[in-house]
Ligand binder design. Structure first.
Ligand code: BV8
Length: 255
């Protein structure tokens, strides 16, 4: 088994030859920003609740105030979080590779804050809102006492995120598949590969001829399909990858 530096060097060579890179991220990349992943024990407050029950239309209909408070708590925690070295390394790749498309399952806005400019949020964004019944976009939350607050049409307001059982936004998923079909490398970071259709993104790229690099402290269902598996935390591995890519760069090329 080659050592990590040899693997990183091999990945840097693959990235150095790529014109289009897709980076596909999950909750693990935000772990080092202090945001627990879905597989981490939830904080004590929500220990008895299952995200797969709360992040659903049924869950919201059953108890809109509970689901609203769950998202309000997460929004408050996420607002205090900052992009970590993993997010920053991904943003840095834009200066080294012609086209870098970031497809994220995360709703925490940290890739945008880190400076990634071609970003596809396939599961929405916790800081955006819409109304439950008619999907009216809600620019700012009304100051009424209702929990959840209500849209001008009278419907409850909800976070503009994709719940289990909901279709992913058409434009985002079309853009994601188009990028996966044309990339030479897909870099999969911090996802357990359990939630579909995002779990299948790496296979779509591989079937279209891309090489797969996975960064995760643990093996996942994607690891078996990866050409390179860099085992470790994103905040440590990704900066190493960027440094190695920089050292491979011929002066004056895309950098
Ligand atoms: C859909 C937004 C078509 C909300 C999320 C029955 C009925 C309906 C659908 C289904 C069904 N059965 C299955 C499905 C499909 C379902 C699904 O996949 N379910 C799973 C549970 C089996 N998918 C859907 O419903 C999707 N829609 O299919 O529409 C349809 C429609 C109707 C009927 C049929 C089909 C919509 C899914 C989107 C759900 N919304 N988020 C919110 O956040 O509140 S999902 C949410 O959970 C995340 O967005 C993410 O996708 C997922 C969590 O996964 P990860 O991000 O991978 O995180 P996880 O915690 O699992 O793992 C963290 C990883 O990081 C680990 O590997 C760990 O080792 C690693 N790590 C830890 N530390 C680090 C690290 N890595 C790097 N560095 C570190 N430091």
């Amino acid at each position: 088994m080659p050592d990590r530096n040899t693997m990183i060097d091999g990945c840097a060579r693959a990235l150095g030859e790529a014109k289009v890179l897709v980076v596909s991220t999950g909750a693990g990349i935000s772990k080092e920003s202090g945001i627990p992943t879905f597989r981490d024990a939830p904080n004590a407050l929500w220990a008895n609740y299952d995200p797969e029950q709360l992040a659903t239309e049924t869950g919201f209909r059953r108890d809109p105030a509970l689901v609203w408070r769950w998202y309000a708590d997460r929004r408050q925690m996420i607002s205090a979080a900052k992009p970590n070295a993993g997010h920053t390394a991904i943003a840095d790749l834009e200066r080294l590779i012609e086209c870098v498309v970031v497809i994220t399952q995360n709703i925490d806005d940290l890739h945008r804050k880190a400076g990634s400019s071609d970003l596809i949020e396939v599961h929405g964004n916790i800081f955006r809102f819409k109304c439950f019944d008619n999907h009216h976009p809600v620019q700012s939350l009304p100051r009424d006492d209702d929990v959840p607050p209500r849209c001008h049409c009278g419907s409850h307001i909800r976070p503009d995120v994709v719940w289990f059982g909901e279709m992913l936004p058409e434009d985002e998923i079309d853009r994601a598949y188009a990028a996966l079909q044309r990339c030479e490398v897909v870099l999969v970071v911090g996802t357990s590969g359990t939630v579909h259709p995002a779990a299948g993104f790496a296979a779509v790229a591989k079937d279209a001829g891309a090489r797969v690099i996975e960064v995760n402290p643990e093996h996942t269902p994607i690891t078996g399909h990866a050409d390179f598996f860099l085992q470790g935390p994103a905040g440590e591995v990704l900066p190493q990858l960027v440094r190695s890519l920089r050292s491979h760069r011929k002066p004056g090329t895309h950098s």
